[in-house]
Design a protein around this ligand. Structure first.
Ligand code: PFF
Length: 443
């Protein structure tokens, strides 16, 4: 029998765990700081409602209806035009499997940096300066070791399956993540200078809205943040029982993801202002200095200036990022694993070993040839794969999936569902096309 989530809460925490990742804690606040502060926050909230929740609903529904991995699910539901649709669906599903592996290879590298810095802060707290230096200074060996450690973490959870691995660990890690985040916000809020950061984050200024990239940046961020476009949500949707209310679940998961991103902003933006108050440089010509520099240099230095508590704050902060990353990697890893399990008849153990080994090889290549490959891989996955697969999911739900399409059936009866159906089949694809053209050809 197919594995599945045991409880509704277990699913919500796992799906929110997939969504809450580096994109929330690192990506969202830096986007806020670079695109007009509170203006970005407001546009983001609108975009979540009109585009991201519909996309999440669509991806979850496809998995839920098909009760199968993305290759089989898209092949099954893309029924029109006859046969061609199924082939197209399977091809996009395979692209998702490949995209998930590529994304996992770079995501594990970044996650490894977070874990290295967490242990580095711990070493500082223990007054082991050499270990601190070795862990927080970038080197080939450090990166390789920590990619390996993180891969073992991902593998250890997913090899146990959905209910005993993914669900159990999401239930443990997500509450811990929230506690860490709240403790850090409380601490930073009490530092001198934090108030200006809260104002920048929460009080919109007209100037903030004048940024021409604001809307497209918000749409890209929302898509990435809700884990749409690689089949991660589709596979989780497939592990829900037949009676699940997908609309309600999509709204709950999106609300949790947005809440955590909002809270991360309450941490990082005031922290930047505290750092500025201490004379540290955080921006140049209105743009943040490099995002990596911000996380790995400015914030650790700020923590170090906070006396004895500093190294512990650093430890909590990087553990927060590591946990957020782990609950995302397990969902992505489930995409190729479920494919090997169901469509290629591997055992879970073999599928997990194979997938982890392939990610390890790709990650190794990315670490060794970092400069030519890393940025390219990130750009390919985030700028092409996510919007184009998302577009395809909308087309499947709106145009290609004919039999037992619940939304379509309801649209025949009630006008509000008709409105929603047309929103999904027309407005959302057009919005996505806009993001894709803008990002791919303009920047
Ligand atoms: N949502 C994750 C983040 O915000 O970091 C990234 C992600 C995970 C994207 C899983 C796509 C995915 F399937």
């Amino acid at each position: 029998m197919r594995d599945s989530f045991r409880t509704r809460l277990g699913f919500i925490l796992a799906a929110a765990g997939s969504a809450v990742g580096l994109g929330n804690i690192w990506g969202f606040p830096t986007q806020v700081a670079n695109h007009g502060g509170a203006a970005f926050l407001m546009v983001y909230l609108v975009v979540v409602v009109i585009l991201a929740i519909p996309a999440l609903y669509t991806e979850l529904s496809i998995g839920h209806q098909a009760q199968a991995n993305p290759v089989a699910a898209l092949g099954k539901l893309a029924q029109r035009p006859h046969r061609v649709g199924a082939g197209l669906g399977k091809s996009v599903g395979l692209l998702n499997v490949g995209g998930a592996v590529l994304m996992l290879s770079f995501y594990h590298i970044i996650a490894g940096w977070m874990l290295a810095h967490a242990l580095g802060s711990l070493a500082l707290a223990m007054q082991w300066p050499e270990a601190h230096l070795a862990l927080t200074t970038s080197s080939l060996w450090r990166d390789l070791v920590f990619v390996a450690v993180f891969l073992v973490g991902t593998g250890t959870i997913v090899v146990r399956g959905v209910s005993n691995g993914i669900e159990v660990w999401s239930r443990r890690l997500m509450p811990l993540l929230v506690v860490l985040l709240v403790v850090l916000i409380g601490y930073i809020a009490m530092q001198p200078g934090a108030g200006a950061g809260f104002a920048r984050y929460l009080q919109p200024s007209f100037a903030g809205f004048s940024d021409p990239n604001l809307v497209v940046a918000a749409m890209g961020q929302a898509f990435f943040s809700l884990s749409i476009g690689l089949g991660g949500m589709m596979i989780y949707g497939s592990y829900l029982d037949r009676n699940a209310n997908i609309g309600q679940l999509a709204v709950s998961v999106a609300a949790l993801d947005t809440l955590i991103a909002f809270l991360a902003g309450l941490l990082i933006i005031p922290a930047l202002y505290v750092a500025m108050g201490q004379g540290m440089q955080v921006s140049e010509n209105g743009q943040l200095i490099g995002e990596a520099q911000l996380i790995f240099n400015v914030l650790p230095e700020l923590f170090e200036r906070m006396g004895a508590a500093g190294p512990w704050l650093g430890f909590f902060f990087f553990m927060l990022l590591s946990i957020a990353a782990l609950t995302s990697t397990i969902s992505l890893a489930e995409v190729p694993i479920a494919y090997l399990l169901e469509s290629r008849q591997h055992s879970r153990r073999r599928a997990t070993t194979l997938v982890i080994a392939v990610i390890a090889v790709f990650a190794l290549a990315l670490v060794i040839w970092f400069v030519p490959l890393f940025a390219w891989t990130v750009a390919y996955v985030t700028k092409f794969q996510l919007p184009l697969s998302g577009l395809f999911y909308f087309i499947v739900l709106g145009w290609l999936w004919s039999r037992s399409n619940k939304l379509k059936e309801k649209a025949r009866e009630q006008w509000r569902f008709r409105l929603l159906f047309w929103h999904l089949r027309l407005v959302c694809p057009l919005l996505l096309l806009w993001v894709f053209v803008d990002v791919a050809f303009a920047g």
